[in-house]
Design a protein around this ligand. Structure first.
Ligand code: SAM
Ligand code: SF4
Length: 323
């Protein structure tokens, strides 16, 4: 359906857990307070919400978190989601640490694509950013190759920080042998991210242009995200920039979010959410969920206010919301 500004809303990011096995310093440097046991939506509840979302025209779903691969039975959930009538696409965003062992099940489930978050290939830097052993970074190139071999649309996401600017070209080179898009994301001042200094994507672009002078913008939509893409003869994949603050992409926004406890969020930046989990558990019929989602979509704000950090009203951290 269209929101109050005429934007087509067809994409929902589902946080399937707020737990994580990394401690990225801009996202979840210490564990977030957990909800009460059982507060996170079960598979049936999540699927009931998605079934109503499909009726509103939301046909593309991203499994995220926290770290989605920590949710027991994720592949089974993905398969059931994929089997819902009207669902066109189910993709995953993950830190990749547990991906190799779950890849078989996810591919069998019909997963359409995977975004692997990787801020550094250098093991020491990886450890400094994620708080976890750098060996995981070393395993990433082979993991990405395996994702591609299995036919998954594969992307890499790196959040831009002062300390990983030295890795920008190295990360982009992941797209030299493999058709993998590497996207550089501007840090958003949300949750812990508000306490960390980000770096404008133009600085990454300057590094990339120095390395590949023929780098040029391409007008391509590759997936559901707001990245602008660049191509060079030197790379099979595209390089993407997600300029969350410096270039407003709200005019093309097509997304809504569901927190792991069932909070339906029309915009990342503001605290407004519709508690679909509570509605469900209070015995509300499916149509009531659909009506609440439709109302939230109609009230989706025009744009974020990340450039004025004190106007951001969302107090949850990124892992709690679902990034
Ligand atoms: N754990 C999974 C992962 O890391 O891909 C999924 C959840 S994580 C919150 C999703 C994405 O959000 C990651 O690429 C992460 O780097 C990004 N992210 C987290 N906090 C952010 C922030 N404040 N600004 C921009 N991106 C952020
Ligand atoms: Fe975990 Fe992803 Fe946040 Fe890193 S970015 S702490 S991997 S949820």
């Amino acid at each position: 359906m269209r929101d109050g500004f005429g934007r087509e809303i067809n994409y929902m990011r589902l946080s399937v857990t707020s737990r994580c096995n990394l401690r990225c310093r801009y996202c979840m440097p210490e564990p977030s307070p957990q909800g009460r046991p059982g507060e996170e939506l079960g598979d049936g509840e999540l699927l009931a919400i998605c079934a109503q979302a499909v009726k509103l025209g939301i046909t593309r779903f991203k499994l995220t978190g926290g770290e989605p691969l920590l949710r027991p039975g994720l592949a089974e959930l993905a398969a059931q989601l994929k089997a819902l009538e009207g669902v066109e696409e189910v993709t995953l965003t993950t830190n990749g640490v547990l991906l190799a062992e779950q890849l078989d099940g996810l591919c069998r489930a019909g997963l359409d694509g995977v975004n692997v978050s990787l801020d550094a290939l250098d093991p020491q830097l990886y450890q400094a950013i994620t708080g976890r052993p750098g060996a995981a970074a070393k395993a990433m190139p082979a993991l990405l190759a395996e994702c591609v071999r299995r036919g998954l649309r594969t992307k890499v996401n790196a959040v831009l920080l002062e300390e990983n600017l030295c890795q920008v070209a190295e990360l982009a080179l992941l797209g030299r042998e493999l058709p993998v898009d590497v996207r550089f994301i501007q840090l958003m001042p949300i949750g812990w991210g508000a306490k960390v200094q980000g770096v404008p994507p133009e600085r990454a672009l300057a590094i990339l242009k120095e390395r590949w002078p023929d780098l040029h913008p391409v007008q391509e939509r590759r997936g559901n995200g707001p990245a602008s893409y660049f191509a060079t003869e030197g790379l099979r994949g595209r390089v993407g920039l997600i300029a969350a603050l410096s270039r407003r992409f709200c005019a093309q926004c097509n997304r809504v979010r569901l927190t792991s406890t069932g909070g339906f969020k029309p915009c990342l930046c503001y605290r407004e959410r519709y508690e679909l989990g509570l509605l469900l558990r209070g015995g509300a019929p499916g149509e009531a969920l659909g009506q609440a989602m439709a109302q939230a979509i109609l009230q989706k704000p025009w744009g974020h206010c990340f450039e004025k950090a004190d106007a951001v009203t969302e107090a949850l951290t990124m892992d709690q919301i679902g990034g």
